[in-house]
Ligand binder design. Sequence first.
Ligand code: COA
Ligand code: MG
Length: 276
Amino acid sequence: MSVSHPLPRSWLFVPGDSPSKMEKARASGADALILDLEDSVAPGEKQAAREAVATELAKAAPMPRYIRVNALDTDWTQADVAAAEGADGWVLPKCEGPADLDVLARLAPGRPVLAIATETVRAVRALLAEDWTHPSLIALAWGGEDLAADLGATGNRDGRGQYHSPFLFARDAMLFAAKAAGVGAIDTVYTDFRDSDGCRAEAVAAETVGFGGKMAIHPAQVAPINEAFTPAQDRVDWARAVVRAMEGDGVSSLNGQMLDRPHLRQAQAILSRLRP
Ligand code: COA
Ligand code: MG
């Protein structure tokens, strides 16, 4: 699907039942907002949140606003999309494959979708088994909290803050499925929102292996994420030099280093991250 905005680097979650946070979020500098009707809103507050989100969408904002609807196995999804006329796109939680994207596209056609694709055991299996190419899909994201619950795990990180192997496996499976489908790859939230350095380090690590952005839960995480997914000037200079050196050649050299096609593709990936 062609969308009017480049793939957002920072996707800031905002609870849909909090008008004050939605107002703050507009000034956060995030590339996109995710106004949440799902897990950050209590079951008894769903209707009030839909109304608050509709009111918010009627106001102008400098960034696209995606709505995280409730999962398709709840009775709420249809009312969620109906209330969010002005949404720029949807975030679909607990997405288990392209068939779920079909269901959402029937309920609410013509909007781009960010699918959170690792929240159930079945979803992770589908990342490996299925082709996730879909006309409404613009990116896949992963999350480790719901997956822990579905696995029967009692935690997802070790004492040093590193994810346990099943969660890294899910993250990697999501990355490969996104690349195979030709869509963006978005890293999960960093929940320790007072630890900016930790958030930045996780975002840099994600960027290094091919992610294009990261979800955030707090405005303070926006700047470190945007920086991490913006190529540094020395890398941009290197990429431009590689593209120049490789023009019309299968193999070339730069500063005494051999260059061939994989370097050209890396250089093009760096330049593709530059924003207009
Ligand atoms: N969007 C917009 N504003 C936010 C925000 C967010 N995600 N998170 C915090 N703020 C605001 C706070 O309301 C507060 O505003 P104030 O100064 O006007 O009172 C300010 O930023 C500073 O917040 P702080 O005191 O540091 O945090 P907090 O204790 O108020 O909130 C959370 C902590 C985790 C509850 C909050 O960050 C949050 O709601 N995050 C989103 C959670 C979510 O959507 N989860 C679902 C996806 S995992
Ligand atoms: Mg959740």
